[in-house]
Write a protein that binds this ligand. Structure first.
Ligand code: GDP
Length: 430
């Protein structure tokens, strides 16, 4: 469902890949593109704006502009912001050992009845004893549908009669719960094609009598922003405790899913991912964010990047030594090997895939640095010909490689000195 959004966010961020420092303008234009992608995916305008503002503030605060890896850092910020927009921590409806009665409300066609059966199956698998209640007092066809689905998932279905008063329904439910030792009652309520007063009143009345412990609003993600005004109306009239978004397997643009939490203030409990009874997933904001970004496991990557952002006092360029170089190398290694990182990023462009070579290059650099004495690392000027030969032998490399490392270190330090004059920032961040 999020393919297009995924591609556009990735393209925007990938343009910064392999770059050192980026300018504030580049950061802003990347974020502008992300905002446009969100809006085109039908994300609520205000949500998109707030989202991008947050990422920008974080990026500037975390000095992404001076980062070694701006693309990765931005992606990690976008991931965190997405997770938060989707609700942060995962939440699930409250489930006591018994006496659970959940309402499923929503418009006709939203997937309410299907979801009731899916939930029955989901909790049955977890060892619960659900009871389904077909409580549409006006549409026998809706009750019939639930009866069939109940049979399919092996959960009993209590059908209300035409125009049955709520008090009668309540008594019948209590009876069925006692007889069947049922600990979770799932009530599939009446739906309409549109919100109307009669429906809301009927639901409100049933709710007053049955006193559900949770009221789950079922929303069709394919209906986009429309779903959100439906949500607001239901919450005002009935009161909603959490959301189920259905048809996430469809080709909707995903905006409703992304805005639902922000617009309604209600957690997303579950998502529907197919028509089949097993097509229901508990909702995890972080995993959904990973999916939207086309990541294998960005959660892990984000942690790694965070771990890398240890505070180090900025140094003056002239104080920099190979000791700093070694320390920096070790930090990069803490991220894991490049090939390992790539495995976390299945959506990576192909030109980035072939980086196994760089693992070895890093290992050689480190070997050279480790073959030096601390004194030599602190003061590379003492590295004469015979010391260089010794280091090459000790590290299993060549004198040319040792020379190359020393030369690039000197060049980098010179550059740092020049930069220091203009900007006054440390150099190893590059
Ligand atoms: P209700 O009127 O709200 O009870 O909606 P139904 O449960 O009858 O569902 C309406 C249609 O949506 C049916 O054809 C369902 O099979 C389909 N549906 C429900 N949930 C999903 C879902 O998560 N994915 C897909 N692809 N179809 C779904």
């Amino acid at each position: 469902m999020f393919e297009n959004l995924t591609k556009r966010i990735r393209d925007a961020v990938d343009r910064l890949r392999g770059r050192g420092r980026i300018s504030e303008e580049e950061l802003k234009s990347t974020l502008r593109e992300i905002r446009r992608a969100l809006i085109d995916a039908d994300v609520n305008l205000e949500v998109a704006r707030a989202f991008v503002q947050k990422v920008e503030a974080e990026a500037l605060g975390q000095k992404v502009l001076e980062s070694l890896t701006p693309a990765e850092q931005i992606l990690s910020l976008v991931y965190e912001a997405l997770t938060e927009a989707l609700g942060g921590e995962a939440s699930q409806p409250a489930l006591r050992s018994e006496g659970n009665l959940w309402f499923l409300v929503g418009l006709q066609g939203s997937g309410k009845t299907t979801t009731a059966a899916k939930l029955a199956r989901y909790y049955k698998e977890k060892g619960r004893r659900p009871l389904l209640v077909a409580a549409d007092t006006q549409r026998p066809a809706a009750r019939e549908q639930l009866r069939i689905l109940g049979e399919k998932v092996g959960v009993p279905v209590l059908e209300v009669a035409d125009r049955e008063p709520p008090e009668v329904t309540q008594r019948r439910i209590q009876e069925a719960v006692r007889q069947g030792a049922r600990d979770l009652v799932l009530v599939d309520t009446a739906g309409r094609l549109q919100i109307d007063e009669a429906l809301m009143e009927e639901l409100a009345r049933l709710k007053r009598v049955l006193q559900p412990t949770e009221t789950l609003l079922v929303l069709d993600a394919m209906t986009g922003q429309e779903a959100l005004s439906v949500a607001r109306a239901f919450d005002e009239k009935i009161g909603v405790s959490g959301l189920v978004l259905t048809k996430l397997d469809g080709d909707a643009r995903g905006g409703a899913a992304l805005s639902a939490r922000h617009v309604t203030g209600k957690p997303i409990y579950f998502v529907g991912v197919s028509e089949r009874p097993e097509g229901l997933e508990a909702f995890y904001p972080d995993r959904m964010a990973s999916r939207i970004l086309g990541m294998g496991d960005l959660a892990t990557l984000a942690e790694k990047v965070k771990a890398l952002q240890v505070e180090e006092a900025p140094k003056k360029a002239k104080e920099l030594s190979l000791e700093d170089f070694l320390a920096q190398l070790k930090q990069v290694k803490r991220l894991g090997s490049f090939s390992e990182l790539l495995a976390l990023l299945p959506g990576l462009p192909k030109e980035m895939r072939n980086l196994s070579v760089d693992d070895r290059a890093l290992a050689r650099l480190e070997a050279i640095l480790l073959s030096m004495t601390p004194e030599e690392r602190k003061n590379p000027r003492i590295l004469n010909g015979s010391r260089r030969k010794r280091i090459a032998r000790g590290s299993g490399t060549t004198v040319q490689e040792v020379n190359r490392l020393l030369k690039s270190f000197e060049e980098a330090r010179d550059l740092a000195k020049r930069l220091e004059k203009t900007k006054g920032r440390g150099f190893f961040r590059r």
